[in-house]
Design a protein around this ligand. Structure first.
Ligand SMILES: [Zn+2]
Length: 239
């Protein structure tokens, strides 16, 4: 990912994901504490010139929702999809992985909150299937960004959780002193490639939110006091 400054405020952006009408950004801790709520949400919209920002009540599940405009109620989902211009979608994270799926051909996108439960249940593959059926996307056209989240360095799990990952057939588990370390971004990347996403179309930020306390909020590190990082993406209106 690269650092960009928008109207004086620093953000991160994926380097390989660009499409003429696409906008996306990932917030940094120094600029926002909890951009999902209240005043900070309004400031974020002002800085990025967003009219409609849609976020979901995230529940660590695999449910996705297609957003065509401002929803009456906050959707209960961990993935939001749209091909509508002028609608910005956001997912809030603090160690869970933020994923961005972009189909530059059909001009459709998805933002995903993928924690370990979501990954074990295959939310990343559910979203691929949804993009195929809802937008007619070709998997080989898709660009995917795996944003900052807990890295293998810090994601120690017990045997039961490790076993759930092992059941998916992943080799991205390392045992050390009675703990198991799971490479969550690696698991997602491998499975997307197996499904047919091109390796060169996947950008894995490999930024660990727990290690990089100066840049990101982290639930593991800050517990209940943790703020939230937000991944935003939307299609701009044609003028
Ligand atoms: Zn780490």
């Amino acid at each position: 990912m690269k650092r960009v400054v928008i109207r004086g405020v620093p953000f991160l952006q994926f380097e390989n994901i660009s499409s003429s009408l696409l906008f996306h950004a990932f917030t940094l801790k120094q600029a926002f504490f909890n951009p999902g709520d209240g005043k900070e949400r309004e400031r974020l919209k002002e800085v990025l010139l967003i009219d409609t920002l849609v976020t979901a009540s995230q529940v660590h599940g695999t449910r996705w929702v297609v957003v065509d405009g401002p929803p009456g109620e906050k959707p209960v989902a961990d993935a939001l999809l749209t091909a509508q211009r002028g609608v910005c979608l956001g997912v809030l994270v603090a160690d869970c992985l933020p994923l961005l799926f972009v189909d530059p051909v059909k001009e459709a996108l998805a933002v995903v909150h993928a924690g370990w439960r979501g990954v074990v249940d295959g939310i990343h593959l559910e979203v691929l299937r949804a993009m195929e059926t809802v937008f007619g996307s070709q998997v080989s056209d898709l660009l995917v960004g795996i944003g900052p989240g807990i890295g293998e360095c810090c994601f120690a799990v017990g045997e039961e959780v490790a076993r759930r990952f092992a059941r998916r057939g992943t080799r991205r588990i390392r045992e050390k002193e009675g703990y198991f370390f799971v490479d969550l971004p690696g698991v997602v990347q491998d499975e997307l490639e197996e499904y047919g996403v091109k390796k060169r179309n996947i950008e894995n930020s490999n930024l660990c939110t727990v290690c990089h306390g100066e840049m990101f909020h982290s639930f593991r590190r800050e517990k209940e006091l943790a703020g939230r990082n937000i991944l935003l993406a939307g299609w701009q209106k044609r003028d």
